[in-house]
Design a protein around this ligand. Structure first.
Ligand SMILES: [Zn+2]
Ligand SMILES: [Zn+2]
Length: 170
């Protein structure tokens, strides 16, 4: 949905959304539900509300995909971007996460939703806080198979010994 900025009334407007925006950056496993309020402040538009969605993430420990729920508050100021190139957008965004830009008098709600979800995706996703991860010795997913490897992160000499013993067994 496109919001035409000049159509936003002086006392603001609220919309409810339930849609599935196309996005490569976030893997959605269902529609995004959002309730957004648009208020004008001069040429800026202040967007507030909530967004929630089920997304598919990839665990940084065991590398399995898992579903996660994102429920987040939205609070972002959209500035008009006349004369700013796309590259400059990205640089500006890095400094000020809660600021975004609109152009051609329009804000695309799909972009708002995807941006907000991305802000809430963890940097190091974990399928669960006690995910056991992958065994560094045999590569097994330790959540599924309890391998009998002895993992010694602290003493590499023991690991060498273990590998020697393993070779003998084979
Ligand atoms: Zn995991
Ligand atoms: Zn193992």
């Amino acid at each position: 949905m496109k919001i035409t900025v000049s159509d936003i009334p002086e006392d603001g407007m609220e919309i409810k959304l339930d849609e599935q925006p196309a996005s490569e950056a976030v893997k959605l496993s269902g529609p995004v539900a959002a309730s957004l309020r648009f208020d004008k402040a001069g040429a800026d538009v202040i967007v507030t509300g909530t967004v929630s969605a089920d997304v598919e993430l990839n665990c940084s420990r065991c590398l399995n995909d898992y579903k996660a729920r994102i429920d987040s508050k939205v609070e972002v100021t959209y500035h008009p971007s006349s004369g700013i190139t796309r590259d400059e957008h990205h640089q500006l965004k890095g400094d000020e996460l809660e600021t975004s830009y609109y152009s051609d008098d329009a804000i695309d709600t799909d972009e708002v939703l995807v941006e907000q979800l991305l802000l809430n995706v963890p940097m190091k996703p974990l399928c669960s806080n006690d995910c056991e991860g992958i065994c560094p010795v045999c590569g097994a997913d330790r959540n599924k198979n309890k391998c009998s490897c002895i993992v010694t992160e602290t003493d590499p000499r023991l690991r060498q010994l273990e590998q020697l013993l393993k070779k003998k067994e084979q």
